[in-house]
Design a protein around this ligand. Sequence first.
Ligand code: ZN
Length: 300
Amino acid sequence: MYTIQSLDLHFQKEAHTIASFLVSDHEHRLLVETGPESTWLQLVEQLQSHDLRPGDIDAVLLTHIHFDHAGAAWKFAEAGARIYVHPLGLPHLENPEKLWQSAARIYGKDNMLQLWGTMKPIDPEQLVPTRDMEAIFFGNMTFVPVHTPGHAIHHVAWKLDHNVFTGDVAGVAIQGGPVVPPCPPPDIHLEHWKASIAKIRALAPETLYLTHYGSVTAIGKHFQALEKTMEDWAAWMKIEFDAGTAPEVITEKFMAYTEQQLANQGVDRSLRERYELANPSWMSVSGLLRYWKLKESGKI
Ligand SMILES: [Zn+2]
C-alpha cells in the first residue's frame, strides 16, 4: 500500500498556499508537483523529514507547467528523476526561455527571482509526455493522466485509485475556505474547464488533492461552488469588457469585488491574503479579459 503526504512549501513564508504531494510505497517515491524553485530548500527539508533526499525521487508527475507547480522540476531531473508532463507543456520544460519571458511580462522581470527562483532546461530524455487516460505504472501504483484543459491547455489531473490530484482544475480552496477559480492568461477557456470538471466527476473520486491547498472530500458540493463562482466572475468581467472599462480600473474593482466575496463567506483578512498569494486576483482579470476577447473575435 502507498501513502500520500502533503508537503507544505511555505510559499512566500505563508503556510498552506502551495503543496507538493509525496506518494510512496516500499518501492517507489513520486512527487505530484514540485512547487517553484524559490521554495526548493523548503521542499528538501520536507523530504528530509520523510528520510528522503531529492535523488530518491523516481518520478515527478506535473499537472501543468506554471511556475508554482513545476518550477523546481528541473532540480529533480538533475537528480535523476523522470518528469511526466502533457505533450503541449513538454517543449517548454526542455527550453524554458519562452515560458520565463512570458511570466516575466505578467509578473515583472524584477520580481521573478524572488517569486519563482530560477529555471533550467530539462534533458529531453527525462521528459515523458502523457497520453490522456493512458495509465502509467509504478509497481503496484497506477496513475492515470486525465487531460483537463480550461485553466491551462496543457493541464493534467492525476488519478490514483479513488484519489485525484487536481492541480488547478478543481480551483483554489485554503483551510476550509471557499473554492475560487484561478484564471491566469493565456489559456482560460470556461467551456473546456467545465467539461474537464465533468470528466473528473465521472471518475467518481473520493478525495481531491488541491495544490492550493490540501484534500477535499465533499466533491459534489466543491465542484458546484467552483462552477458557480467561475460563472459569476466571468459574467462580472463580461460587463466590464463590454463597457470597455480600462484594465487597471477593472483590476481595482475586481480585487475589491472578490475580496468582499471572500469576506462575505467568513474568510478573515489573513486567510484572504493567502488566497491572494495562491491566486492573485489581478491575474484573473487578464485571463478572463483575454477569454472574452478571443470569444468575441470568434477565435475560441
Ligand atoms: Zn497554481
